[in-house]
Design a protein around this ligand. Structure first.
Ligand code: ATP
Ligand code: MN
Ligand code: MN
Length: 336
C-alpha cells in the first residue's frame, strides 16, 4: 500500500538560485520546495506525496484552488513533488517514528481520476483472488530495492497512460476485468470490445493451462487520449500463470506474446544495468512517447530480465521486482 503521508527525514537542503524565501529539500527519493528556515537537515517532517487529497482543515486551505490536491509543481525552475508539513500538524497522541504512516491519522485520501464512460460496465464480481491486481511502486520510495538490485540487467518499457485491463481463462471460464472489478460481457464496454476484436478468449483457450494477460487499454475516450490514437488498443505488460501462481519472466512473456500475436507495451531497452540513482532514473523517464512523438511519455517501468531466486528456510523464493519512474514533465503538463 502506498503511504501518501508519512513521517520522513529531511535528508538535505539546498539553496535555489535567485530565490531567498524558498529552498530545495530532499525527502526519500523526492525533491521538493520548502519555505526557507522552516526545516533543518535531519529534521523529521510529515511528508505528503503527490495525489494526496487533503481534508478541509484551516492548515490545508491554501490547497483549495487546486481542489485540495497535492500535485507536481515547478517553482523557480525547480520541480517540486509533495509537501513537507511540521510534526505539529499531527493529532495529539500520534506516535512519531521515522517511516510511520500518518495518512489516516490526518484524514488524507487519494486522488483518483474519474473512470471514462466507455470503460463503465456492470460488475460481475470483485477482481478474482487468484490473479494479482496490476500495480507499480514509485522509484522514489525504493532506495533499499535499488541498493539490493544494483547491477542487475533490466528491461525498460514505456509506461502508457490508459486503463489497466486483465483477461483470463480459468478452468474453462473466460473473464474480463478492469483494475478492480470483473465485468459482465457488454458490447458497449471497450475492454470487452477489444477482447472480441483480438480474439483473446480463443487465444487463451489455445494455451496449455490457465493464464491471465494484463495490459493497458489506450486510445479514444481514455485518459484524454494524449497519444492521439484512433480507436482503442491494448498493449500487454504481464502474463500470469494461474496454475503456478507466478508471472512469466521476460523471455517467456515475449515468447507467449509472439505466439499469441498480441502487442506488448513498447520495449525501450533489454540491457539496462540498474543504477542505484533515483535522480538518474527520473531523468531516464523524462522522454517523449514512442507512440506519439509530440506527447510526453507517462514514464517508464523497470524490471530485472531474470528474477533473482533466493533460498529461505529451504524454500526457493522468486523475488519479483518491478517499479515505475514517472516523468515529471508529464505530470506538469497533464496534471490539470
Ligand atoms: P499509485 O499507486 O502510484 O498511486 P496507481 O496505482 O493508480 O498509482 P499507475 O500510476 O497507473 O497506478 O501505475 C501502475 C499501472 O500502470 C499499472 O496498474 C498498469 O495498469 C499501468 N501500466 C502502464 N504501462 C505499463 C507498463 N509498461 N508496465 C507495467 N504497467 C503499466
Ligand atoms: Mn498503485
Ligand atoms: Mn495509470
Amino acid at each position: 500500500m502506498r503511504k501518501l503521508a508519512s513521517i520522513q527525514r529531511i535528508k538535505k537542503l539546498e539553496p535555489i538560485e535567485g530565490a531567498d524565501a524558498i529552498e530545495k529539500a530532499y525527502v526519500l527519493g523526492w525533491q521538493l520546495v520548502v519555505k526557507k528556515d522552516e526545516f533543518q537537515p535531519g529534521d523529521l517532517c510529515i511528508y505528503c506525496e503527490i495525489d494526496s487529497l487533503m481534508p478541509p482543515k484551516p492548515e490545508f486551505e491554501f490547497l483549495r484552488p487546486r481542489g485540495m490536491r497535492i500535485k507536481t509543481a515547478r517553482l523557480r525552475g525547480q520541480i517540486s513533488q509533495g509537501i513537507a508539513f511540521p510534526l505539529s500538524f499531527l493529532p495529539a497522541g500520534f506516535e512519531v517514528a521515522e517511516g510511520a504512516d500518518c495518512t489516516d491519522a490526518l484524514g488524507i485520501t487519494k486522488y483518483e481520476p474519474p473512470m471514462p464512460a466507455c470503460l463503465n460496465g456492470v460488475a460481475k464480481g470483485t477482481f478474482p483472488g487468484f490473479i494479482p491486481k496490476t500495480d507499480e511502486t514509485r522509484v522514489q520510495v525504493l532506495q533499499d530495492v535499488l541498493d539490493k538490485y544494483l547491477g542487475e540487467t533490466c528491461y525498460i518499457t514505456e509506461k502508457l497512460d490508459g486503463s489497466s485491463t486483465t483477461y483470463f481463462l480459468n478452468n474453462g471460464e473466460f473473464g474480463v476485468c478492469s483494475r478492480n472489478l470483473e465485468l459482465l460481457e457488454d458490447a458497449e464496454n471497450s475492454m470487452w470490445k477489444v477482447a472480441r476484436e483480438l480474439d483473446i478468449e480463443n487465444k487463451l483457450r489455445s494455451l496449455n493451462g490457465n493464464f491471465a494477460l494484463q495490459g493497458e487499454l489506450i486510445g479514444e475516450g481514455i485518459q484524454g487520449n494524449k497519444m492521439k490514437l484512433k480507436g482503442q488498443h491494448i498493449r500487454f505488460f504481464n502474463v500470469f500463470d494461474i496454475d503456478h501462481s507466478a508471472y512469466l519472466d521476460f523471455d517467456r512473456f515475449t515468447a507467449m506474446m509472439n505466439f499469441l500475436e498480441l502487442p506488448t507495451v513498447p520495449v525501450l531497452s533489454t540491457g539496462y544495468v540498474l543504477e542505484n540513482d533515483i535522480e538518474e532514473l527520473v531523468r531516464k523517464a523524462t522522454i517523449k512517447s514512442t507512440i506519439h512523438k509530440d506527447a510526453w511519455a507517462e514514464g517508464i517501468v523497470i524490471r530485472p530480465v531474470k528474477e533473482r531466486i533466493e533460498l529461505y528456510n529451504n524454500h526457493f523464493v522468486h523475488n519479483r521486482v518491478t517499479f515505475k519512474a514517472i516523468n515529471p514533465e508529464f505530470l506538469l503538463k497533464y496534471g490539470e
